[in-house]
Design a protein around this ligand. Sequence first.
Ligand SMILES: [Fe+2]
Ligand SMILES: [Fe+2]
Length: 275
Amino acid sequence: MHGVYDILKSLKLGDHKWDVNNYDYVDIVNNLTDNDLEIVRLIDSIGDGELSAIGITIQHQDLVRKLPKELGCDFYESNLYGFCTITYEEMRHGFILKELASLVKNGKSFIENATGNHLYELMYETNTLYKNAYESLLSYLLGEITNIELYSSIESHIESNNFRKIIINIKKDEIKHKAAWIKIISRMVKSKDVHRKNFTDAVISSHFIHQAEVSNYFVQGANDVSRFFTTSTYKKVLEDKYETLIQIFGELPISKRDLFYEFSEYYNKKIKKVN
Ligand SMILES: [Fe+2]
Ligand SMILES: [Fe+2]
């Protein structure tokens, strides 16, 4: 049960590394530079995208349930990791970003004023993006890669130490998540030909979907942080996605050029919707 061992190990690391309760948010916000106040205003919807990880985990469970048991049972690792680590760690990312944004934008604590309606929306009123559990699992992984580069870029623009430390903690979680999803998917791909085939089909149909798109705040968030997606950041995301897929599959049924083209086309259309 190698997979369960990894998941229990990741839980221990996750719980002890950093704690959302250990920050004096009012003090952090009061000491932000004008440059950093502007950055905090832009990360509000990113916080909603983080909280919607609970929504994708619920969707993933539903999709696993639709599979025949002989395939669904092999998703035990992604189910456990999604429920035990992802929902907890993405939740702390979401609450911490929204707490900072709320204090800066309207002087109120998000954590003290979060409503059931808002959280229900992020958990249950989500967009349906995936045809099957293979697509949702792949999206968990590929979304982390975008997040790592996004937080790296935000980090490089921040001037205040305490705010930068928070973003670095979040980024380190995303790096850890990426590594875990690679392990989980690689083990499945190697275990059965049917999993390899279904994941390969998922690469073609859904490699461009970001997990946070289940949230209705995704397009707003993507627009808000577009200034952090420079051409070089964008290239790093695409290169890392391609290299990660090659690492898992060895070879892909789609060329690097087509992979990049489809990804760009998808987001050009999607982001333009609100411009
Ligand atoms: Fe996150
Ligand atoms: Fe993550």
